[in-house]
Write a protein that binds this ligand. Structure first.
Ligand SMILES: [Fe+2]
Ligand SMILES: [Fe+2]
Length: 376
């Protein structure tokens, strides 16, 4: 089947920035107790048990010796002052807050410090909730990779990641329940992306959506929060999770580099389109509509305002998202493949300036050193 690329509409939208389409996607309901979605692709058995992929093999060995226990390695008796932690995170949002308030007719002009403090607490709970749901997405996606990837070294490694992700779901869930008083439902953009990743029958698309896009954001956001927070339980939790996540993204980059080298131009183009759609989903997810809603600012108003104040780097979460995704796409050769289609798209949405940020391989080396001194 050939794809008419001229007709390509990201996420089926006439315009990637259409407020109407963004609001429609944001209204998708994923249920209260459970959500079911079809799984694509074949389970693959390999009879080639040779451990021929040295990079993956090294990651697997590393993973086996880096297991930690969320029940015993973290001090769950720590008292957490939610407002103080939320306040630490909100300092970095000050430039965005100022720009949003200064817009003519901005409903935020009447906000006092109590309103902003409430937003900070809700944003913190929401963010931790999306990490929780994303971790469950990673758990399910990685289990799918164990089944669908044809290489034995990758099956071994992915099996360790399944365990890592179960532990991540466990610790985020426990932190939300016992320290933050519960969380938010999944953000529709995040779940729509996870569903796409699970439904696709090409095994490498699971890597692209999960290991590169979703975990790329996780790595960036966890790193940012780990840096700013002084809350000892959260800081240690994030440091442990981060050292696992760095391995996960490295697993994705390593596997895809090898696989992409054997693809045709048209197959690469499909990967570029998938990467761009995933990047848009992640961008839209960061608009945190549910939080603004709860604080009395409706979704349409805040979406339009966020587009008006778009500046490189003004939203630290968005900046950190693209500071991982763009260099990793570049490293995979997706940015400039073919006619540089993905470079053009990233230029259009104003994120190409992140192309030379450190890619995850460099970061993995740094975080691996953190893992080595764990327990200190
Ligand atoms: Fe994780
Ligand atoms: Fe992960």
């Amino acid at each position: 089947m050939s794809i008419d690329h001229a007709e390509f509409q990201a996420l089926g939208r006439d315009d990637a920035n259409s407020v109407e389409s963004i609001l429609a996607d944001d209204a998708v309901d994923f249920g209260v107790l459970a959500h079911e979605t079809p799984v694509g692709g074949d389970a693959v058995f390999t009879w080639d048990y040779d451990r021929s992929r040295a990079g993956l093999s090294k990651l697997y060995e590393r993973a086996k010796s880096s297991q930690w226990n969320g029940s015993t390695d973290l001090d769950w008796s720590t008292d957490v002052d939610v407002e103080a932690v939320a306040d630490e995170m909100s300092h970095a949002m000050a430039p965005l807050r100022r720009l949003l308030t200064e817009l003519p007719g901005s409903p935020l002009q009447s906000w006092g410090e109590r309103d902003w403090a409430r937003l900070a607490v809700e944003a913190f709970r929401w963010r931790m909730s999306q990490f929780l749901h994303g971790e469950q997405g990673a758990l399910v996606c990685t289990a799918k990779i164990v089944e669908t990837v044809p290489w034995i070294d990758a099956k071994y490694y992915a099996a360790t990641q399944v365990m890592d992700e179960a532990r991540h779901v466990e610790v985020f869930s426990r932190y939300l329940d016992s320290k933050l008083g519960g969380g938010y439902p999944v953000n529709p953009n995040l779940q729509l992306l996870i569903d796409d990743v699970i439904r696709d029958n090409r095994w490498d698309m699971t890597y692209m959506g999960m290991q590169i896009m979703i975990e790329g954001l996780a790595l960036a956001a966890f790193g940012f929060m780990h840096q700013v927070t002084q809350e000892p339980l959260l800081k240690k939790l994030l440091r442990y999770v981060l050292s696992d996540e760095a391995r996960h993204v490295a697993f994705g980059v390593l596997s895809l580099q090898e696989f992409y080298a054997g693809l045709t131009g048209s197959e690469i183009r499909e990967r570029q389109e998938f990467a761009f759609e995933a990047a848009l989903r992640m961008r839209d997810r960061l608009m945190m509509h549910a939080v603004w809603d709860r604080c009395g600012i409706d979704r349409e108003t805040i979406t339009k305002m966020l587009f008006e104040v778009r500046r490189p780097g003004v939203n630290p979460f968005q900046a950190s998202l693209f500071s991982k995704i763009v260099p990793n796409c570049k490293k995979l050769g997706l940015l400039d493949a073919g006619d540089g289609w993905l470079r053009d798209r990233f230029t259009e949405i104003g994120v190409i300036e992140f192309e030379d940020a450190p890619d995850t391989e460099i970061e993995y080396e740094l975080l691996d050193a953190v893992a080595a001194d764990r327990g200190g």
